[in-house]
Design a protein. Structure first.
Ligand SMILES: [Zn+2]
Lengths: 287, 260
């Protein structure tokens, strides 16, 4: 479900209070306001700081390409199935236009899969892209993730999956739901063969992705303050007819409830992944 | 019937629920088993052992309740994580004794609430999907009403999935779909059409194996023929070795919606 619009403050209870009035005029695209501390940040500063607020450590959402670049050693990423793209298989009204609009961001699909080196260690890497239809899982998303797991199983490789999804791609109806089962099957085969799977939950990880491969990792990490939910906050509020506590369904909340292993800041993410890979006996030549 | 009329029929409060199916098919042979051994017994899931003719089977059903009191008790058929964990516990038990598993699904979805999230609704469903995929005993799922998204799929990673002619199976409710996509929940009928959620649609899409005629209360002949159908399917799958059984189950889902 596309419940969460990109770059909105993800906790709907935190209002986007008053525009800052003391900011000198500059071209709009050069500045971005931190939704957490309201500081106006130079976009280039924020991007150079791994898309993290230089003032309060708020983690902005990252698109798939940027995240692959952040995690893979330079020039080592070999993408799988780049040409596999979604079609309007059910002739769902308005879906073609939605896909066209989503592709204008530069991404072709809601997940990028491939293999790469991380500090020299060969790893399969899947990165979901919250800028493409909110990372929603359609048939092609499920197919690409399944193929990545099958490749990792055949080659006895570890796999790292960065999740981000508003949920299932409802324009693909029941076929999108079936991707939960399909991916879970591929994860299980990879696991039963003794291979390592690390999940990195990023904002937002919800719905069918939470209820399948996001929660299947041998080790589950999450970025600070990201939304981790099965049912989205709005759906719950409508059901129970009351406001949710402020920190409900954050990474820190699910850590406290026992559902993830650790909350890791983005500047430590790659080094943490490499450490975990090494602890499982994977090694490689550093370039 | 239009797609939305099918949705309404699937939600009809007077239609038969899981406990009705269990009593019509298994009568006194059914013995209910409770609890997930972790936290609680979720009454939205009714589960136990029964005799299918001369074969012991594990039966797991999502139960909506047949009157107001029962519906409240059963949380309107919206399971918490404990319900899915109870189901998995009994599926593992069935695997141990190589007992076939019959799942009956009738739910608008897994419960979206505070406790459910705190206790890992997503994790519970995820674990069922993964474990069912490699459960070394035959599993068959029949949708007898609503099949609401992940909360239904958590009992439907099976060798075969059948639907009653007036049941529906969907990734989201038509109302939810219409309000998210078109900001207008009154367009639910259009959404129901677009989502392709009827038994016939799902059969055409290759997501289910069989459409079952809607049985009525007391139509014992109909229940007997349904039992025969279930028995034959279990027998067929019990004859397979583990590897054949699990490969077939994997391929069943692997091929769904594969782009060419
Ligand atoms: Zn900030």
């Amino acid at each position: 479900m596309d419940l969460f619009a990109f770059r909105k403050p993800k906790n709907e209870l935190e209002s986007d209070e008053g525009e800052s009035k003391n900011v000198p005029f500059v071209p709009e695209e050069m500045w971005i306001k931190c939704p957490k501390c309201n500081t106006m940040l130079l976009t280039t500063d924020m991007e150079e700081n791994l898309h993290v607020c230089t003032k309060c450590n708020h983690h902005f959402r990252m698109n798939g390409r940027d995240r692959v670049e952040m995690l893979a050693d330079k020039d080592t990423f070999i993408e799988f199935d780049a040409d596999l793209v979604s079609h309007n298989i059910l002739d769902f009204p308005g879906y073609d236009q939605k896909l066209e609009k989503a592709r204008k961001t530069g991404a072709k699909e809601s997940v990028i899969c491939g293999e790469c080196k991380m500090n020299g260690i060969d790893t399969v890497l899947c990165v979901m892209d919250p800028t493409f239809m909110m990372g929603s899982m359609g048939v092609v998303t499920g197919e690409k993730i399944t193929r990545a797991f099958e490749y990792a199983t055949e080659n006895s490789m570890p796999i790292v999956v960065c999740t981000a999804a508003g949920g299932a791609r409802m324009q693909e109806g029941i076929l999108s739901l079936m991707q939960m089962a399909k991916t879970s099957g591929a994860v299980k085969r990879h696991s039963d063969a003794g291979n390592l799977y690390i999940t990195v939950l990023t904002d937002p990880t919800t719905g069918g992705v939470t209820a399948s491969f996001a929660m299947d990792g041998d080790i589950i990490l999450a970025e600070p303050d990201c939304l981790v939910a099965f049912a989205g906050p709005r759906v719950i509020e409508q059901t129970i007819r009351q406001k949710l506590p402020k920190d409900f369904q954050t990474a820190e909340f699910v850590l406290q409830k026992g559902f993830i292993d650790s909350v890791v800041s983005r500047n430590n993410l790659k080094s943490t992944l490499v450490k975990l890979l090494k602890l499982h006996g994977y090694s490689g030549e550093e370039a | 019937m239009t797609a939305y009329e099918k949705v309404m029929a699937a939600r009809d409060a007077n239609k038969l629920t899981s406990v009705d199916y269990i009593s019509h098919m298994f009568g006194d042979s059914f013995i209910e088993l409770h609890g997930d051994r972790r936290y609680a017994d979720d009454k939205a899931v009714v589960a136990g052992l029964a005799m299918l003719f001369d074969t012991p089977v594990t039966v797991i059903g999502i139960e909506k309740g047949r009157n107001t009191k029962e519906r409240v008790e059963r949380n309107f058929g919206q399971a918490h994580p404990e319900g899915y964990r109870k189901a998995l516990r009994l599926m593992k038990q069935a695997e141990k004794f190589r007992r076939p598993v019959l799942c009956l699904v009738d739910t608008s979805g897994a419960y979206p609430g505070i406790g459910a999230e705190e206790r890992g609704q997503g994790q519970a469903i995820a674990e069922n999907l993964m474990e069912m995929m490699t459960l070394k005993t035959p599993v068959l799922t029949v949708l007898i009403g609503e099949g609401g998204s992940g909360g239904a799929l958590a009992l439907a990673v099976s060798d075969e999935v059948w639907m009653l002619e007036n049941s529906v199976y969907s990734v989201i409710s038509p109302e939810g779909c219409a309000s998210i996509l078109w900001k207008d929940s009154s367009k639910a009928a259009e959404a129901a059409e677009a989502l392709k959620l009827t038994a016939q649609d799902l059969f055409d899409l290759g997501v289910i194996e069989r459409i079952i005629r809607q049985p009525k209360a007391g139509d014992q002949a109909m229940f007997e023929s349904l039992k025969m159908l279930i028995k034959r399917t279990f027998e067929k799958n019990l004859a397979l070795d583990d590897e054949e059984l699990l490969n077939a189950r994997y391929e069943r889902f692997r091929k769904i919606g594969i782009p060419d």
